[in-house]
Design a protein around this ligand. Structure first.
Ligand SMILES: Cc1ncc(COP(=O)(O)O)c(C=O)c1O
Length: 442
């Protein structure tokens, strides 16, 4: 047992940590023990400025009283209700609030417990949608290189991050991939959306010609690819993808697990880019990261296609024990209210130009080969150390943590996505510290 007053666990071996260098971590643990708004507190009593909203999820900042209170009172009132063939008011309230916040055509929400589950759910809805409409030949799924759609089998099959795929067998069959949109030779150091690359969407024509449109169920992309290291969609790219999907009767799924809830300065990327997919996946910011929860948003066209046959028959054979869990739903309602009451999406939009200038001030520092930004997101790409990919960025992550700033790295790319309550002084601290870190890198 830990000694009185010591919050540090004395044995770290049992917890096999996710997406973590376990041996490195357990030699030099980095522990957060509390949080408040923009800061974490470490077990050695230091404040760390949160430059990543946890893991792209605490959009309203940390330990917000309204969300805490909602969870506490919900837990005391109704802890759990069966998710199948039974309901409880909070899940319906959240679904209504969520579709009200989403762009116009989205009228229904299916609840999950994570981004990965939202992706699986959306892929399954897409397949079943075609099937219930008598187009059961549409079974292929198209993802994109460098895409991240969580870690379950559907998600890693349509995903395009090599390490997330190659260890896990042959994955789903009938999957193809669009090319990624990263064109550094043409677009490096672009502020906002790059000029070049819309034509990469036309690769869908090639894939359609190869397989036949009647075999393709859905295309899934992140409107802004986050986890691969912040790839902003080229101007016109998403619109073109939408046109081609419509032309060929293919559903378009936007994976908005990161871009949902204000990250780009709008409720969802679909609204931001004014390109409407058929399904939207979300999670993370839905509950401010506080309780695991995700959702798939569907248009009436998709939803209503299932509402046929005898009324007492189940329409979609899919769901989770915790779909719409009362405590998660209460957290979601309080979170969406917080976003609205505090105008956090508008705030992100207002701060975006300041953020853009700040992060692009890092241009010219050693090893910096590209900077990309949009809304309150930035990717800073470092030249990898020859023969040791990821080492330089990981070292930046460790140094930043020592200096009191939390960033995230993927490959040799530094990603930042602070809570939307960030102040300009925090942006200065974040970027100033990062500049010092980068200057110290080998
Ligand atoms: C676009 C996207 N989809 C899916 C996921 C998976 O979410 P989760 O980790 O909640 O399963 C993530 C997580 O970062 C994501 O960024």
């Amino acid at each position: 047992m830990a000694m009185d007053g010591d919050t540090r666990p004395n044995d770290l071996s049992a917890f096999w940590m996710p997406f973590t260098a376990n041996r490195q971590f357990k030699k030099n643990p980095r522990m957060f023990v509390s949080a408040d708004r923009m800061h974490y507190r470490t077990d050695d009593g230091r404040d760390v400025l949160d430059g990543t909203a946890g893991l792209w999820c605490c959009n309203a900042g940390h330990n917000r009283p309204k969300i805490i209170e909602a969870i506490q009172s919900q837990a005391a009132e109704l802890d759990y209700a069966p998710a199948f063939q039974m309901g409880h008011p909070k899940a319906f309230e959240l679904a209504t609030k969520l579709v009200d916040m989403a762009p116009e055509p989205f009228s229904h929400a299916f609840f999950t417990n994570s981004g990965s589950e939202s992706v699986e759910t959306a892929l399954k809805i897409a397949l079943a949608y075609h099937r219930v409409r008598g187009e059961g030949t549409r079974t292929r799924l198209i993802g994109r290189e460098r895409g991240y759609h969580g870690v379950n089998f559907g998600g890693i099959s349509v995903g395009g991050i090599v390490n997330n795929r190659k260890f896990f067998g042959s994955l789903l069959t009938g999957v193809d991939h669009l090319p990624h949109t990263h064109l550094p030779e043409k677009n490096a150091f672009t502020k906002g959306q790059p000029e070049h690359g819309a034509d990469l969407a036309d690769e869908l024509e090639r894939i359609v010609a190869l397989h036949g449109p009647e075999t393709i169920a859905a295309v899934i992309v992140e409107p802004m690819a986050g986890s691969t290291g912040v790839l902003i969609p080229p101007k016109g790219y998403l619109k073109r993808l939408r046109e081609l999907c419509t032309k060929h009767g293919i559903l378009l799924i936007f994976d908005e697990v990161i871009t949902g809830f204000g990250r780009l300065g709008s409720s969802f990327a679909a609204a931001h880019f004014d390109v409407m997919p058929d399904l939207i996946t979300c999670a993370k910011g839905l509950t401010n990261g506080v309780i695991p929860m995700g959702a798939v948003l569907a248009t009436s066209q998709i939803h209503d296609a299932f509402m046929q046959g005898p009324e007492e028959a189940i329409e979609l054979f899919h769901g989770y024990t915790y779909s719409g869990n009362p405590i998660a739903a209460a957290a979601g309602v309080a979170t969406l209210e917080t976003y609205r009451e505090e105008g956090l999406f508008e705030r992100a939009a207002e701060l975006a130009p300041y953020w853009e200038e700040a992060v692009h001030s890092l241009k010219g520092l050693p090893h910096v080969i590209d900077i990309r930004n949009m809304g309150l997101i930035a990717g800073i790409e470092l030249e990898p150390i020859a023969g040791q990919p990821t080492k330089r960025a990981f070292s930046a992550f460790l140094k930043a943590y020592e200096k009191g700033v939390l960033i995230r790295t993927t490959g040799d790319i530094i990603a930042m996505s602070p809570p939307l309550i960030i102040e300009k002084e925090h942006i200065d601290t974040l970027v100033g510290t990062l500049a010092d870190v980068i200057r110290e890198l080998d």
